[in-house]
Design a binder for this molecule. Structure first.
Ligand code: GLU
Length: 502
């Protein structure tokens, strides 16, 4: 294979949707697999859709995932600039060259005229069948065209699609694809303001940047015949194409949209996005408590499979196994339960200190003052019991503060006033436990007295943490401290008494 050079080419029109993240990842994996180059190119020629902060968001999202481009607006490279708005002057000459060679033409139709045509016929296409009756340099005389060009600064340049041809190519995922040229429209390639459209800028840059493979979402498949035609007109070899399957809604019906996150209650963006319009604010996987490696693993398998049933795959393993041939053609259903399962597995594997560092800001925000050692221990005890990092705080709140409510239903069933005295003694022994073993203070006493562990331990657990769920009780008491645990038991006894005597 020639040198593999792939690009991720997002337009900075808002937060990067999870589909875009997957496209970036697949490009990255492919580059890694073939020891190639992963390039970031910002396609910002459409000024009307430009959104402030969107480029930084893309950079931050790739950074968080650890997939740093080797070339790009922030990494530099031999083919810079990598931001299309800074390459504006390059494109015009290519559009002019196509016009000179009869492969493109000027069009003067106003937006109102085109709107009227579309209204009259919703199927209207500016193309093989209609262009000779419209206002352009193909239908008008050379003189009329020159006059209009002199008078009208806003003529656009359209690609002249050949008639009666079948445009064919082999997509590396979809196989052989055929388009009828008569069905294609003569796309605008240079706008009235001199800016290129996506189609021209995209292929000129792919050529100049020596892109070997174009790996992008299926929604671009219908643009590919136009691109193939342009490569031919320019006399360039086209890169190979691979169109990734759509990501479908959890129901399996239709494409996953950015609004589906709010609708189904899960993130569809890597990072949170905050804008002036609250309707456009979205929570990200990062802020929702996912680890980047789990999102990578989840997205890697959303449309690709290593060919066996191995599910937990490190980035290095995916890089080694990745191949375009194993990408599915059909849409891939977005299953948030699967994402949660992956996240749980990666949280369990994660280093306790790292987890502590991730949740520390929230812990501080909630007003709890604890050391990193303490927080790391909380993470060690809690991590098998959560799906998202912040659940270490919400499910393990008793590590930071005494419970303010208890599982009263269980207490009603299990607590007996005649046990009160024993519990008070256990609390007393615990208060002294600095000098002897905590386990002995509790379990030793229960056994010595011939009492039942099964009767006492649930009550002590509820006294310490408020509920029956939680990590190992003895380890929890160790961490909270013998004295603090003793106080909790004493406070709880009052509450339990009230419940059983009311
Ligand atoms: N700028 C296009 C996008 O926003 C790039 C499509 C392509 O990769 O060719 O997705």
């Amino acid at each position: 294979m020639t040198d593999v050079r792939v690009r991720f080419a997002p337009s900075p029109t808002g937060a990067l949707h999870i589909g875009g993240v997957r496209t970036a990842l697949y490009n990255y994996f492919f580059a890694k697999k073939h020891k190639g180059t992963f390039i970031l190119r910002i396609e910002d020629t459409d000024q009307t859709r430009y959104v402030e902060g969107a480029e930084q968001y893309i950079i931050d999202a790739l950074d968080w995932l650890g997939i740093t481009p080797q070339e790009g607006p922030h990494s530099g490279g031999n083919y810079s600039p990598y931001r299309q708005s800074e390459r504006k002057d390059i494109y015009r000459q290519y559009a002019d060259k196509l016009v000179e060679n009869g492969y493109a033409y000027y069009a003067f139709d106003s937006a109102e005229e085109l709107d009227a045509l579309r209204k009259a016929d919703p199927e209207f296409k500016y193309g093989v069948h209609t262009r000779n009756n419209l206002k352009n340099s193909l239908s008008l005389s050379t003189d009329a065209t020159r006059q209009l060009l002199e008078a009208d600064q806003h003529a656009v340049i359209r690609l002249k699609i050949p008639s009666n041809e079948s445009i064919e190519f082999d997509d590396l995922i979809r196989g052989h694809v055929i388009f009828d040229s008569n069905e294609l429209d003569d796309k605008v390639i240079l706008k009235g303001d001199g800016m290129p459209t996506y189609h021209l800028a995209n292929i000129v840059d792919d050529h100049l940047m020596k892109i070997s493979h174009v790996i992008r979402g299926e929604e671009w498949l219908s643009s590919t015949p136009h691109h193939i035609i342009m490569y031919r007109y320019f006399g360039w070899t086209s890169p190979d194409f691979a169109h990734l399957p759509l990501i479908l809604k959890p129901t399996g019906q239709g494409k996953l949209s950015k609004r589906d996150g709010a609708k189904f209650g899960f993130p569809v963006f890597p990072l949170s996005w905050n804008s002036d319009n609250p309707e456009d604010n979205f929570i990200g996987f990062r802020e929702d408590g996912y680890l980047p490696e789990s999102l990578i693993n989840f997205l890697a398998l959303l449309g690709w499979s290593p060919g066996n049933d191995q599910e937990i795959l490190s980035v290095e393993e995916i890089e080694a196994l990745f191949s375009l041939e194993k990408i599915v053609k059909s849409g891939a259903r977005f299953d948030i339960d699967k994402a949660l399962w992956f996240n749980q597995q990666y949280i369990i594997k994660a280093d306790n200190r790292r987890l502590a560092g991730l949740i520390q800001p929230q812990v501080a925000l909630e007003g709890y003052i604890v050391t990193m050692e303490y927080l790391s221990e909380v993470c060690r005890l809690m991590k098998e019991r959560v799906h998202k990092t912040h659940e270490i705080i919400t499910n393990g709140r008793f590590f930071f503060v005494a419970p303010n409510s208890y599982d009263d239903a269980t207490i009603t069933k299990k607590y007996k006033s005649e046990n009160r005295e024993h519990l008070e003694i256990i609390a007393e022994r615990l208060a002294q436990a600095e000098t002897f073993d905590i386990e002995n203070a509790i379990k030793g006493y229960i056994q010595d007295k011939g009492l039942k562990l099964g009767e006492f331990m649930p009550i002590i657990r509820i006294a310490i943490s408020g509920s029956m769920q939680g990590p190992d009780l003895m380890e929890s008491i160790h961490l909270i401290g013998a004295k603090a645990s003793s106080d909790r038991i004493r406070t709880a006894i009052h509450h339990f008494e009230k419940i059983v005597t009311s």
